[in-house]
Design a binder for this molecule. Sequence first.
Ligand code: HEC
Ligand code: HEC
Length: 385
Amino acid sequence: MSENKQGKVVIWDLPTRVFHWLLVTAFILAWLSYDDNRFMFLHVFAGYAILVLLGFRLLWGIIGTHYARFHTFAHDWRSVTDYLLGLLNGKAMRYLGHNPAGGWAIFAMLVLGLLVSLTGLLVFGGEEGHGPLQGLISYKIGIMSRPVHEFLAWSMLALTVFHVAGVFIESLLHRENLIWPMLTGYKEGAAGVSGVRGHHYLGVSMTVIAIVAALFYFRGYLVETADHLYQPYKGPVMPDNALWRESCSECHYAFHPNLLPARSWRKIFEEQHDHFGDDLDLSKETAAKLLEFHVKNASESELTEFARKILYHTPENETPLRITETHYWQHKHKHINPDYWQHKKVKIKGNCIACHLDADLGTYEDSNMRLPKKETAEANPAPAK
Ligand code: HEC
Ligand code: HEC
């Protein structure tokens, strides 16, 4: 079973190969999705996948087949230096399993991968208030974990580059394609070497589990309708007020008070007779009641991540009258194609609800935003000449 017609033997069992390519996929997905809050849900899924995969690999490194076991590639320092010197004069020894330098790169990647996922959970629990550590980790620890998480992720990327470069160098040196065996399992054997068991049932089961887990995790997107778009994250229940809803949603949707600091709301109500060119014309009593609700639940209340960020990024001597003029808002929206602000569903930047499905709740959770569909030429006919 472990030797094929050309005399090649199985070096990488199926679970090891499935692990390897699932890890590659999860790693690429995590990198593609890290920078845009719209894809946070995907990013977190990739992180969970990496954690579970590495957990499996740790186990398989102990109970797996010969070449997958840690002790077979925990080479001593001497072999590492010999191997690296061998690379320089083109006479590096050929190893059937991981070579000494590659082996240690694998250990480093396993450790870094675990640390990246675990610090990711700290950020997710502390800063975003979600995941298994929600409520256990303070916001401050969440914020402090973020640069650590990022540094570790970059280190892991650097190691991955090193690993891939190593694969190419060794492939060239020994005129042997090393990527192919990670797909098929087979490698040209050596005298007296018998291959390992393929463990196909386990490998196939892992693939099925990965597909089912992904379908389960993303099921909300599969069943959403145009009227009920899926929102993966639920934020905290925000303080509400009927008078506020009534008075402030006449001309635009009602901005939740946590979106601006208290001093901004004070100024907005002081200047209510010149409200961006309109006169709000509120009675003294109504204005006072509204102001009270706004001040009580302003950014200083730190009800949401957004409130904290607005507060932190607005210098004390600035009193922004617009959410859309705050540094944090501008920072978060600078990559959006400017065409969207002219879109017929958006029109003004303050029309948050056109893109943020949970804007009405005041939460602005990650992944609950969708850019409206690009307007077609038909829906927006070119003016006749
Ligand atoms: C009579 C119409 C009207 C009413 C009622 C109204 N607004 Fe406005 N509001 C406007 C206009 C017009 C703008 C500017 C929209 C633009 O051009 O971006 C605006 C913008 C704002 C902005 C800035 C949005 C941004 O760009 O970040 C805030 C904050 C705001 N309004 C708060 C309130 C509050 C609080 C109330 C209720 C007390 C209220 N508005 C009621 C007309 C109104
Ligand atoms: C044209 C669509 C659009 C409009 C309108 C819009 N946003 Fe956004 N917003 C986005 C997108 C897309 C992102 C994700 C950007 C990224 O992370 O790169 C985002 C990100 C955010 C975030 C960051 C979420 C987080 O967890 O850090 C907040 C908060 C936010 N927007 C608030 C607002 C508010 C408040 C308004 C209205 C004053 C608004 N947005 C208007 C599209 C929009």
